[in-house]
Design a protein around this ligand. Structure first.
Ligand SMILES: [Zn+2]
Ligand SMILES: [Zn+2]
Length: 278
């Protein structure tokens, strides 16, 4: 059963501010909600302003409208925006990882998944998915810009060395996104391993003796929020326990890889930016 949530309640929780750009809309007519989950519950919904909402619904990022006037300048702003968005995403995912691996000593039974409050985990999760979605929109627009097309684009005259560096940056951004997405899946898997739905944090009903979930083709759905839960089978030992050490190691490996890619990306972006400015 999915609860029905009024937008007004979400606006109020988010203090009538766009969670992406910070724009405020006291009269609420400029605000909208956007869901990070396929079956939205209160914790899935995010307040956005109309332009950030339009971006996540498929509109082109604003830097795209400047293409053609000043190719180097707009490429520069593209790099700036995408890098900043990815930086915010890395930070949000690092917070999520801390939330779920905080360790049993900081755990408060009434406040899953760790010592941080339930609301803090859910808010971090909203930040994570919103930023990932914004990164996706920028990378889509970037792919359009550098795509080989028959129609002339302002980028046809780009210096080949700039173009090839742009491709390297684009590759690195996509690699970073892959590491980040994997880290999110692992962090959410840790929540399910602790017996909670990663979306609504409701306890997972204990499987009865004789139940055979593996024989079913149905995805493992949360009874409380209807969203698919992260699968933990891959992390279970032969005696049915979740191997948390292995799970946390995999999570920290992804975060480490994301860190290394970010360093490389910072170098490449800096070189490219210098070339565009010069
Ligand atoms: Zn906004
Ligand atoms: Zn749930």
């Amino acid at each position: 059963m999915t609860e029905v949530v009024a937008d007004a309640a979400i606006f109020e929780r988010d203090e009538y501010a766009c969670q992406q750009c910070g724009a405020t809309g006291a009269d609420a007519s400029t605000l909208t909600t956007w869901s990070i989950d396929s079956h939205p519950v209160r914790s899935s919904l995010v307040t956005l302003c109309s332009s950030c909402g339009a971006l996540l619904d498929g509109a082109d990022p604003t830097w795209r409208s400047t293409l053609g006037d000043d190719v180097h300048g707009s490429l520069f702003s593209l790099l700036e925006t995408t890098t900043a968005t990815q930086g915010a995403t890395v930070a949000a995912i690092a917070r999520l990882a801390t939330d779920v691996t905080g360790g049993p000593e900081s755990a408060d039974e009434s406040d899953p998944p760790t010592g941080r409050t339930r609301e803090a985990y859910l808010a971090t999760r909203r930040d994570v998915y919103r930023s990932l979605a914004v990164v996706d929109r920028h990378l889509d627009a970037l792919a359009d810009v550098s795509a080989d097309t028959d129609t002339a684009t302002p980028f046809d005259d780009l210096d080949p060395s700039v173009r090839s560096r742009l491709e390297t940056v684009d590759d690195l951004m996509r690699t970073l996104r892959t590491h980040l997405r994997s880290a999110v899946v692992l962090a959410e898997t840790a929540v399910v391993a602790d017996g909670r739905c990663q979306v609504c944090l409701e306890p997972i009903a204990v499987r009865r003796e004789g139940d055979d979930a593996s024989s079913s083709d149905e995805p493992d759905r949360c009874g409380a929020c209807s969203n698919d839960r992260r699968a933990i089978d891959e992390w279970e030992t032969t005696d049915g326990e979740v191997d948390r050490t292995r799970l946390f190691r995999a999570l920290s490996n992804q975060l480490e890889a994301a860190g290394e890619t970010t360093t490389e990306l910072t170098d490449e972006t800096g070189t490219l930016a210098a070339r565009l400015a010069g």
